[in-house]
Design a protein around this ligand. Structure first.
Ligand code: ZN
Length: 149
């Protein structure tokens, strides 16, 4: 397990140093800000929704390695998915980082399973889920900043 944990940490660090889809999306149809006052993480998530599917997604802002890596991997995971699929993924991801997802179901999350270790650090759950909360708010068409508090 120690090796796996190191691998997971490497993936998270790599994404936090070189986040994917890190830009403002000029064609965004939806956007929302997420703020985690506990850690200072603050991101804006941009979405381009066409019909029912997320055609493009990006984010910008600043935060700790976990929040940034999570936002980066989230954008990769939900791009091209329908809103319902994205919500299902958020639900599973939330269960993973709060330790409520059975080990046998981690495969359903694909690469996002690297965040399983977060469940051992409850204070980090808000860092890991911040971008997802912003994504959820953006899809709901809410304009105000979502705070994890
Ligand atoms: Zn954080």
């Amino acid at each position: 397990m120690a090796d796996l944990r190191e691998l997971y940490q490497e993936v998270i660090l790599e994404h936090s140093k070189a986040p994917r889809n890190y830009r403002e999306l000029a064609t965004a149809s939806h956007r929302a800000e997420g703020y985690n006052p506990l850690c200072g993480d603050h991101f804006t998530v941009y979405l381009s929704v066409e019909g029912d599917s997320i055609r493009d997604i990006s984010f910008q802002g600043f935060g700790c390695a976990i929040s940034k890596a999570s936002a980066s991997m989230m954008t990769q995971s939900v791009k091209g998915k329908t809103r319902a699929e994205a919500e299902t993924l958020f639900d599973r991801f939330h269960k993973l980082v709060t330790g409520q997802l059975a080990n046998g179901r981690r495969a359903e999350l694909g690469k996002l399973a690297v965040f399983s270790g977060v469940s051992e650090f409850p204070v980090r759950v808000k860092c890991a889920t911040l971008a997802w909360h912003a994504l959820h708010a953006a899809m709901q068409g809410k304009q105000e900043t979502v705070s994890t508090e």
